[in-house]
Design a protein around this ligand. Structure first.
Ligand code: PEP
Ligand code: MG
Length: 537
């Protein structure tokens, strides 16, 4: 039995087999082949398999997300059968006597470049699809799975690094734990692991040879055991069962009000990223959704999600929440949340760069699609909208102008809509410092302590080397929170926290004493936080 340590992101125990996840970085080797016909046949087989996989995916996606969202898999299957694409691959194999992997990679690249250079945004977006279908065929040629499809039994995903978009491509019910070498414990991969209640370790010197081995992840001590012996498995199973029991004791807080003994009521909401997370919101009896990270819809797609697709998702959220407040944050893409079809350039300093509301205001044609979907969906429930990365009043005024335009368009088109309550994220020191003025323009504030901490302390949450400098408990962060609460209350507005600090049980009492009105926490933390608040004098 071997033992390794790392930084634990979520307390919990996982026991299972390791799946070593390796990124295919596109380094396909060119090699000469003698059997040209055999190589052509390999390509045909890999392509047929890809089409079969896409049909399956389409079926699954129709059931889970509806016909519109699923359509992309049909498009992919069609693209794979495109004559020009196939001719190019065959010509390279025959003309250069090379391996099919190389021919597919070169063709995929050429076609992607051609699409990327097109004016029309629809065709531009096909560039990513080209890369996607080619990667799928290459994976089949190599006999590897392309989708981050996981075994039936939950597995421990081990990787050098996992990006947020890779995290969202995995079926979370099949992930027992994450173990990575790189990545900061404050990154979004870590945030997602905590949101889902999945034990995770970072900073472990991972090895590919672990693939398929039995392992145990102890998220309490930050230990990974490879080839654990019987005694350890027994001991860890007991610990796992104890976790379940602890969770059961919290269950007695289901249906109870989140209120201190003196009667101070705190709204206890949840942070989520998908419609399917609502089951967990309801199971944990949260009183609303304080942060729906709408960028996940974009991260999970390989083209811009259209108005109908978004509308259906927001409508479903409202309906499922059945009258409970549902705060949808508008697109917060950029920085560590990137997706190919946005064609975002690499920046020296992405966290301080072109992201979130800055993209939305510079590219209103993208933003307005989301605003239209939100205003339409607001008719179906208690929907509120929240804007990320605000630094000035002028941004709010620009948003208002766009809302007015969208409203006028919908009216002209005879489409029903409702103007929801609108708030902003306070996640920049600028917003905190002028919160007295901003309060007049919004219905509520929601403090994003993840970004507020990194900007206040000049310490990126993505840099594992400075994890110790990234301290959400820093006096400066708490002073800002207090300032925002005071400024909002003076103008009769409410303030919540939806950053990770809200889920940090060690500061719950302090935040409540400071006057916080709402805490939006990871679903798994809801009942534990409710217990703390109910036990408060
Ligand atoms: C935050 O910054 O605290 C926040 C909730 O936003 P993000 O999605 O960037 O973590
Ligand atoms: Mg943020």
């Amino acid at each position: 039995m071997d033992k390794y340590t790392g930084k634990a992101l979520y307390n919990g125990i996982a026991i299972g087999k390791i799946l070593f996840y390796k990124k295919d970085n596109g380094n396909i080797k060119k090699s000469a082949v003698d059997d040209i016909n055999g190589e052509l046949e390999r390509f045909e087989k890999a392509k047929a398999e890809a089409i079969r996989q896409l049909k399956e995916l389409h079926k699954k996606a129709v059931a889970e997300a509806g016909e519109t969202s699923a359509a992309i898999f049909e498009v992919h299957a069609m693209m794979l059968q495109d004559e020009d694409y196939n001719d190019s691959i065959r010509n390279i194999i025959i003309g250069q006597c090379v391996n099919a992997e190389f021919a597919v990679a070169v063709t995929g690249n050429n076609f992607a470049k051609m699409f990327a250079g097109m004016e029309d945004s629809y065709f531009k977006a096909r560039a990513v699809d080209m890369e996607d279908i080619s990667d799928r065929v290459i994976s089949n040629l190599k006999g590897k799975s392309f989708d981050i499809t996981l075994e039936n039994e939950p597995v421990i995903i081990v990787a050098s690094e996992i990006t947020p978009s890779e995290t969202v491509r995995m079926d979370k019910n099949k992930v027992a734990a994450f173990v990575t070498h790189h990545g900061s414990s404050n990154s979004h991969t870590a945030v997602f692991a905590r949101t889902l209640g999945i034990p995770a370790l970072m900073g472990v010197n991972v090895k590919e040879e672990w693939d398929g081995k039995n392992a145990v992840v102890d998220g309490y001590t930050g230990t990974l055991f490879i080839n654990p012996d019987e005694d350890l498995i027994k001991h860890m199973s007991l610990k796992q069962n104890r976790d379940v029991c602890d969770r059961n004791t919290f269950n007695e807080y289901i249906g109870q009000e989140t209120v201190t003994k003196r009667g101070k009521k705190v709204r206890l909401y949840n942070n989520i990223g998908r419609v399917s997370d609502i089951d967990s919101v309801i199971a944990n009896d949260a009183e609303g959704i304080g942060l729906f990270r709408s960028e996940l819809i974009y991260l999970e797609s390989n083209r811009f999600p259209n108005e109908d697709e978004q509308f259906l998702i927001y409508k479903k959220l409202c309906e499922k929440m059945n009258g409970r407040e549902t705060i949808i944050r508008t697109l917060d893409i950029g920085a560590d949340k990137k997706v190919g079809y946005f064609n975002l350039k690499d920046e020296e300093n992405p966290a301080m760069g072109y992201r979130a509301i800055r993209i939305c205001l510079k590219e209103p044609e993208i933003f307005k699609v989301q605003l239209r979907a939100l205003l339409k969906a607001a008719c179906y429930g208690n929907l509120s909208v929240m804007y990320p990365m605000i630094t000035s009043i002028s941004e709010i005024l620009q948003i208002r102008k766009l809302i007015d335009e969208v409203k006028a368009e919908l009216k002209r088109e005879g489409i029903s809509y409702r103007i929801p309550k609108q708030g902003i994220m306070v996640e920049t020191p600028a917003a905190a410092l002028i919160s007295d003025e901003l309060a007049e323009y919004v219905d509520f504030f929601n403090i994003g302590t993840n970004d507020l901490t990194q900007y206040t302390l000049a310490a990126s949450y993505q840099n594992e080397k400075i994890d110790d400098f990234y301290n959400p408990h820093h006096k400066a962060v708490f002073r800002m929170i207090q300032m925002v609460i005071n400024n909002a209350h003076k103008r009769g507005k409410w303030v919540g926290i939806c950053g990770e600090l809200a889920s940090d049980a060690s500061v719950t009492r302090r935040l409540v004493r400071m006057g916080i009105d709402e805490l939006s926490v990871a679903p798994m933390m809801t009942l534990q936080i409710r217990k703390i608040i109910r036990d408060m004098e």
